[in-house]
Design a binder for this molecule. Structure first.
Ligand SMILES: *Cc1c(COP(=O)(O)O)cnc(C)c1O
Length: 397
């Protein structure tokens, strides 16, 4: 089948909950993908950071292959030889005691919310049914009914009510609003250290530090959703490190699965994750042998610091070049490391379409923001070539 026929099949038989670029990918390696007609494209999206280490990184493919030949799924009814090492190694990477593994990011966020409530009632002593969790305007934490209950994006919310109560939402970056929202019944503050889907919004300097202080003072858990910002994307293992902040709870996903399969996790100390007893939460696939084997390799790769370093140095280069784009075309550039939200003066969709025609895959978020997040293995030469294409497209539109 050709591109048109395959696109028609997708259009006809898949729900239209995405608006993909008109490309049909057949294979990929490193920072590059190929369509079914053999045209090559530089991937400047990395599956929203799930492909931080590039497509089919040899170490990750090898780890998966080794595990495929041994055992892939046992459920948590039985222990397996990848599980203990995985939770120990991930806990160590995050500097915490314990891990609760899940699959998708949304499930890990749900797990973190349940953790905060359970901790609130059983450890903090919040009266039954009174717990509240504070979230931020512009947040994106996933697509479940509870998570969209505190979304401020009408597309994400409309027609999905009735919503889950117990959430308060304050402006991102507003310290005083946060302070006013936290009370004795606040069990957690859920924050993206950089808001990804909102357009790579970096909070004002000092904000994460203030969130930490307010959580400590109010006896609430600081829950950092590092699903997109974490695991090397911003030049550090976790984006909270830019302010030397240590949250109580990390929520991880996307790159944790090495671009091979969904792996997510909640990571926290024993006084927090210790609240769970058998039967009180779970997942059939969470922590399966294949997932653990791949994630262990991800953790080992992150331990070298090599990917964080690439993101830092190439990211500085990326931001220098984006910062030099003409101000009549680009209103603002946000981000850290190999992650940028380019705020255009016009619509971003035609820009991503023209970039695709030139062999660069990037995707708009909202109307006017172009999001750039190449795999951390991208070469400077390829990155520069992609930026040349962006310059050319901006001059055209
Ligand atoms: C992608 C994302 C999620 C949801 O992850 P899924 O695997 O799509 O469920 C949650 N939080 C953040 C910050 C994300 O970027």
């Amino acid at each position: 089948m050709n591109t048109q026929e395959l696109r028609a099949l997708s259009e006809e038989h898949s729900a239209h909950n995405y608006h993909p670029l008109p490309i049909v990918i057949a294979d990929a390696e490193g920072a590059w993908v190929k369509d079914i007609e053999g045209r090559r494209y530089l991937d400047m999206l990395s599956a929203y950071s799930a492909v931080n280490f590039g497509h089919r990184h040899p170490r990750l493919v090898e780890a998966a292959r080794r595990q495929l030949d041994r055992v892939t799924l046992v459920s948590r009814a039985f222990d397996h030889d990848q599980f203990g090492p995985f939770v120990a190694e991930l806990a160590e990477l995050a500097g915490k005691d314990m891990v609760l593994p899940m699959n998708s990011g949304a499930e890990a966020v749900e797990t973190a919310l349940k953790t905060a409530r359970k901790w609130g009632y059983e450890v903090k002593g919040v009266p039954a049914e009174q717990a509240n969790i504070v979230t931020f305007e512009g947040n994106f934490h996933g697509r479940t009914t509870t998570i969209v209950s505190f979304s401020t994006d009408p597309d994400a919310r409309n027609s999905y009510g009735p919503f889950t109560p117990g959430f308060r939402t304050v402006p991102y970056g507003d310290i005083e609003a946060l302070r006013a929202a936290v009370d004795d019944n606040t069990v957690g503050v859920l924050i993206e250290p950089i808001q990804g889907e909102a357009g790579v919004n970096v909070p004002p300097s000092g904000f994460l530090t203030a969130v930490r202080e307010i959580c400590t003072a109010g006896g609430a858990l600081m829950i950092a959703d590092e699903i997109q910002s974490g695991l090397g994307r911003t030049g550090t293992t976790f984006a909270v490190e830019h302010e030397n902040v240590v949250p109580d709870v990390y929520v991880l996903g996307k790159a944790l699965g090495g671009g091979i399969l969904p792996v997510s996790a909640v990571v926290a100390d024993r006084d927090v994750l210790g609240v769970f007893k058998p039967g009180q939460h779970g997942s059939t696939f969470g922590g399966n042998p294949l997932a653990c084997a791949v994630a262990r390799e991800v953790i080992a790769m992150l331990r070298t610091g090599e990917f964080q370093e690439r993101s830092r140095t190439l990211g500085a280069h990326l931001h220098a070049r984006l910062g030099a784009l003409p101000s009549d075309q680009v209103r603002e550039v946000r981000g850290r490391g190999l992650w940028a939200g380019v705020e255009l003066n016009g619509k971003a969709r035609p820009v991503s379409e023209r970039l695709m025609e030139r062999g660069v895959l990037a995707k708009e978020t909202h109307e006017t923001t172009l999001r750039l997040a190449p795999p951390l293995v991208v070469s400077q030469e390829d990155l520069d070539w992609a930026l040349d294409q962006l310059e050319a497209v901006l001059a055209e539109v």
